[in-house]
Design a protein around this ligand. Structure first.
Ligand code: AP5
Length: 212
């Protein structure tokens, strides 16, 4: 099975991709995580993408398509955070076409603006091991400290209020058209993702199991 997770910043793509990867034993390819790792490593790619990410803008398509093609290793996977616009969706069709495969589903995690704001402003990340927390919904055992490695938790650089606003604007203008694109291809599955993570996961697996 291969599918993509679409949705606004904070809709839970990363959280659900992780659980779904374990549930279905699928490779998880998270564009945001890959790019953040490159920035952390101060690689050539990391230097190229850093400013776009810090401003909440999309990294140029030509850079992204090279990264994606390099990371799709098997025929079964979950793509989290790609595609984000129509050009990337068409490019993905080309990448998969070369492998003589196509997407099974596009799972769209729908959240309202209030949920998005609450989740992003409360998210805390570990700069050392990249573990992800939320101050209310998924708090660490000791406030401000990573359960896994004991490092001090931080606000993600693009979770500052002004950058969150920009990311939401970019999502509305660039990402929204993808719903129509995948609906037309009869691959779209829309999930109400405002609820608890376990509830959202159950809804996704129910829908996917029903369609297989
Ligand atoms: P990326 O990291 O993908 O950012 P994003 O799309 O803005 O998504 P987020 O990671 O903020 O949120 P999410 O939906 O994964 O939610 P999460 O599970 O973390 O990309 C970062 C940047 O990289 C982009 O801005 C861009 O610059 C660049 N980039 C990436 N892909 C690109 C592409 N294809 N093209 C061009 N540029 C690209 O959850 C958020 C918080 O909420 C967490 O604290 C979590 O614990 C909590 N939470 C999650 N689900 C629930 C729930 N159900 N209930 C309560 N809390 C929850």
């Amino acid at each position: 099975m291969r599918f993509i997770l679409l949705g606004a910043p904070g809709s839970g793509k990363g959280t659900q991709a992780k659980s779904l990867g374990e549930h279905y034993n699928l490779e998880r390819i998270s564009l945001g995580d890959i790019l953040r790792q490159e920035v952390k490593n101060e690689s050539e790619l990391g230097r190229k993408v850093k400013t776009y990410m810090e401003k909440g803008l999309l990294v140029p398509d030509e850079i992204i398509s090279l990264v994606v093609a390099k990371h799709i290793h098997s025929d079964d996977f979950i793509l989290d955070g790609y595609p984000r616009n129509l050009a990337q969706a068409k490019e993905l069709d080309v990448i998969l076409g070369k492998k003589k495969i196509s997407l099974d589903f596009a799972v769209y995690l729908e959240v309202n603006e209030e949920t998005m704001l609450k989740r992003l402003s409360g998210r805390r990340v570990c700069p050392h091991c990249d573990a992800n927390y939320h101050i209310e919904n998924m708090p660490p055992q000791k406030e401000g400290v990573c359960d896994l490695c004991g490092c001090k938790l931080l606000l993600r650089r693009d979770d500052k209020p002004e950058v969150i606003r920009k990311r939401w604007e970019v999502f509305v203008s660039e990402n929204m058209p993808l719903r129509g694109y995948y609906k037309e291809k009869q691959k779209l599955i829309v999930i109400d993702a405002n609820g608890e993570a376990s509830e959202v996961l159950q809804n996704i697996t129910d829908k996917l199991n029903g369609k297989q």
